[in-house]
Design a protein around this ligand. Structure first.
Ligand code: PEP
Ligand code: MN
Length: 274
């Protein structure tokens, strides 16, 4: 079968995906950063300004949060989207946020420059099909226990509807290991580069579940050819309403950004500000 995602030959360039002024898949490495969940206007604004100052070019933040327990904080939903819209306007940063339900596509799409399809929804074929009918760029996370092939087919669901703006994001998979939240499959990055022409991101925050492991794994991802990183950053991770253990504070994010530049350069990529 001739898959739309399939790399035709070794020489084929990575497809570029444009999100506002940001180009994903080109020589420029793209860092997307922000809180796991939007908690308050001040939290999101202070994070947005800081990550922008440090060289991130896109803001992340969940308004609709898929949580393992229904009793955990599930996001500020509409209120979160409004904050995201205001801060997008104020900073000029393009934003990526998760859409969990096909019924929310229109509303989320009014604010989001890029849709995030979360790990838990990677095989929600109704959602993938409806997202495929939009023109919005999509960050498609790898399912918790998805093979590379299943993940590629998920991208095909979107692309076969006409939306070719898909970025794949490795975020770790379930293995027998319990020390880390997930096991980051670094191999998936070059494997996807061989198999597909799509840009590939790495999310070492969900991949490791531990903030102290985020920087080394992020650097490994860049060395392996990732086109960008998605990093969770919080002004005070110890009081975060979700994923505090894996979130970098501003100081640690600054340290990460300092290290990213030289590694990017070593593999022929660049990072603005670095
Ligand atoms: C997230 O990015 O906050 C998230 C929930 O990610 P994942 O779907 O990879 O678990
Ligand atoms: Mn998270």
């Amino acid at each position: 079968m001739n898959l739309i995602t399939r790399r035709q030959n070794k020489q084929q360039e990575t497809t570029t995906v444009r999100v506002g002024d940001v180009i994903i898949g080109g020589p420029q490495l793209v860092v997307v950063a922000g809180p796991c969940a939007i908690e308050s206007y001040e939290q999101l604004l202070s994070t947005a300004l800081e990550i922008q100052r440090l060289g991130a070019t896109m803001l992340r933040g969940g308004a609709y949060k898929p949580r393992t327990s229904p009793y955990s904080f599930r996001g500020k939903r509409e209120g979160g989207l409004e904050m995201l819209a205001q801060i997008r306007e104020l900073t000029g940063l393009p934003v990526v946020t998760e859409v969990m339900d096909a019924r929310d596509i229109e509303r989320v799409g009014e604010v989001a420059d890029m849709f995030q399809i979360g790990s838990r929804n990677m095989q929600n074929y109704t959602l993938l099909t409806e997202i495929g009918k939009t023109k919005h760029p999509v960050l498609l996370k790898r399912g918790l226990a998805a093979t590379i092939e299943e993940w590629i087919f998920a991208a095909e669901y979107i692309m076969s509807e006409g939306n070719d703006q898909v970025v794949l994001c490795e975020r770790g998979i379930r293995t027998f290991e319990t020390y880390t939240r997930n096991t980051v499959d670094i191999t998936a990055i070059p494997a996807l580069k061989e198999l597909t022409h799509l840009p590939v991101f790495l999310d070492p925050s969900h991949g490791t579940g531990r903030w102290s492991l985020v920087k080394p794994v992020a650097l490994a991802g860049i060395a392996a050819g990732a086109d960008g990183l998605m990093i969770e950053v919080h002004p005070q991770p110890e009081i975060a309403l979700s994923d505090g253990d894996q979130s970098l504070n501003f100081e640690h994010f600054a340290e990460l950004m300092e290290s990213v530049g030289p590694v990017a350069k070593a593999v022929g990529r660049e990072l603005i500000f670095a």
